[in-house]
Design a protein around this ligand. Structure first.
Ligand SMILES: NC(=O)c1ccc[n+]([C@@H]2O[C@H](COP(=O)([O-])OP(=O)(O)OC[C@H]3O[C@@H](n4cnc5c(N)ncnc54)[C@H](OP(=O)(O)O)[C@@H]3O)[C@@H](O)[C@H]2O)c1
Length: 302
């Protein structure tokens, strides 16, 4: 499995496992532990979390599974996110649904994540969503403290557009801190990040892209959906041509982009993970890539 260098301390596996849906899986810690071992044996070592996943439960579910084989920790890169507050947040006394990018909230959220995940540092911390109230100085203060305490090895953002990224990046750089990844929704179904230029902007600054919902959360397989059906009418024959599944073709499509996009898988089915991994060996022709792209756009390119 290829690796992607994030900074001098951290690299990610080219394919990442996401844990947003982990509560729905209803697995015992033993079952999740087995799955983690299966992932690592395939070279998938980067695990994507957020404090709020499963209404603040998913990190704890993972921590219980990891505890069963603590030696696994040194093979993993654990990523989590903070900044969204849900009603009944365990770390924010004032209830409601909002964003909180204050230094206090970020630091408290990281402490809780470390406790839930049963680890002593995060390989990467991401700000989950941009906020109109984000003060970049507050984020910088929090990050400086977290790095100094050894709690965070790299830092990134998620769902940030160009101006939101620029604002935070310019403030961080004064303290020699860097945004290393931007986690964005990217799939053959959702082209916004490709169309609006954010991926190019990240590429220019050597900020790596994690693609969330690479299968559009499973919507690609809903053939009642007109757009999905149009994309799949191109993907299915390609799957036949390359003797793989549609999931492999989606990985191959993302992988052809020069920005070295890392898909964050949401499946909990190891055979679907294998299909995604297989896609890394498939090199689509430019025409095949564009056929999927235009099927998604719904019109031909100019
Ligand atoms: N930063 C953000 O704002 C943000 C937002 C959303 C998600 N994320 C991250 O991205 C990760 C992945 O998101 P996602 O779960 O939406 O990813 P996804 O890989 O696009 O979708 C996963 C879903 O598709 C289903 N699926 C996979 N292959 C299928 C097939 N061949 N036929 C039918 N269904 C299929 C899976 O079911 P099975 O499990 O049964 O295979 C699962 O329910 C999350 O876990 C999270 O870490 C980040």
């Amino acid at each position: 499995m290829d690796r992607v260098k994030i900074n001098q301390h951290v690299s990610f596996s080219k394919i990442i496992q996401g844990f947003w849906r982990a509560q729905d899986w209803q697995w015992t810690p033993q079952q999740l532990n087995r799955y983690l071992n299966e992932l690592v044996s395939r070279g998938i070592t980067t695990m994507d979390h957020a404090d709020i996943y499963g209404k603040y439960t998913c990190e704890g579910i993972f921590g219980e599974a990891l505890k069963l084989s603590p030696e696994l920790r040194e093979n993993l890169e654990i990523v989590t996110k903070c900044g969204i507050v849900l009603p009944d947040s365990p770390v924010n006394r004032i209830s409601g649904h909002r964003y909180d990018h204050s230094s206090n909230h970020i630091r408290q959220s990281v402490d809780r994540s470390l406790q839930e995940l049963q680890i002593d540092h995060l390989d990467s911390l991401l700000i989950h969503r941009p906020s109109p109230l984000m003060d970049p100085n507050e984020v910088t203060d929090a990050l400086k403290a977290l790095v100094a305490e050894g709690k965070v090895k790299s830092f990134g953002v998620s769902n940030f557009n160009k101006s939101q990224y620029d604002l935070l990046s310019q403030c961080l750089v004064c303290d020699k801190l860097h945004i290393t990844v931007n986690q964005l929704e990217v799939s053959p179904y959702t082209l916004d990040a490709i169309e609006n230029g954010i991926i190019n902007h990240m590429y220019k600054d050597d900020v790596k892209i994690m693609a969330w919902s690479p299968l559009a959360g499973g919507k690609l397989f809903d053939l009642v959906d007109k757009k999905a059906s149009s994309i799949m009418s191109i993907v299915a024959p390609l799957a036949q041509k390359y003797q793989v599944s549609a999931n492999s073709i989606v990985t191959a499509w993302l992988n052809k982009h020069p920005a070295s996009i890392m898909p964050v898988l949401g499946t909990h089915n190891i055979s679907r993970v294998d299909e995604a991994v297989k896609g890394l060996d498939i090199i689509l022709t430019d025409q095949e890539w564009f056929d999927i792209y235009t099927a998604s756009l719904g019109h031909d390119i100019p």
